[in-house]
Design a protein around this ligand. Structure first.
Ligand code: HEM
Length: 125
């Protein structure tokens, strides 16, 4: 077992990544309306803490929110293939901005792509 992604990018790396992601959300005409504007800061912290725990860092997300059950938690949001692709496009921009080592970017990209597909819960509308 080598170093975890958390060992490599640290708290700061996941913070920069999720900030770069959420900075694009309010102006996005497809995803923006799904996120309550007054919750954006809290949402950034939830995604950051989830990723920190998932990739080897402190388990703050699970301590505060319990078992992730991500698919279930996303059921209230209408996620079709188009929303999934948009989420991935914003995350791909955020990964570029974060400038992680190439191997890290590639692992995270694959992980996000798979997980985002798993979140699809509506037929294309
Ligand atoms: C596929 C497209 C996706 C859409 C449209 C979407 C949308 C949302 C929305 C609207 C929220 C509520 C914001 C909040 O208050 O936290 C949310 C929460 C969250 N999302 Fe996503 N999401 C997507 C994919 C993903 C993926 C791929 C991940 C993880 C890799 C993820 C992780 C999370 C987490 C951890 C939360 C907080 C859950 C909680 O504790 O309540 N989402 N998402």
């Amino acid at each position: 077992m080598g170093p975890t992604l958390y060992d490599i990018v640290g708290e700061d790396g996941f913070d920069r990544l999720t900030r770069a992601f959420y900075a694009q959300v309010p102006e996005d005409e497809l995803l923006g309306p799904m996120y309550p504007p007054e919750q954006l800061e809290a949402a950034q912290v939830r995604l950051r803490d989830f990723l920190v725990g998932r990739f080897g860092g402190p388990q703050r997300y699970i301590e505060q929110r319990g078992h992730p059950r991500l698919r279930m938690r996303h059921m209230p949001f209408p996620i079709d293939g188009r929303a999934r692709d948009r989420w991935m496009a914003l995350m791909a921009n955020a990964l570029k901005k974060a400038r992680f080592p190439a191997a890290v970017t590639q692992s995270l990209y694959r992980y996000f792509a798979q997980t985002a597909t798993f979140m699809i819960n509506r037929a294309r509308g």
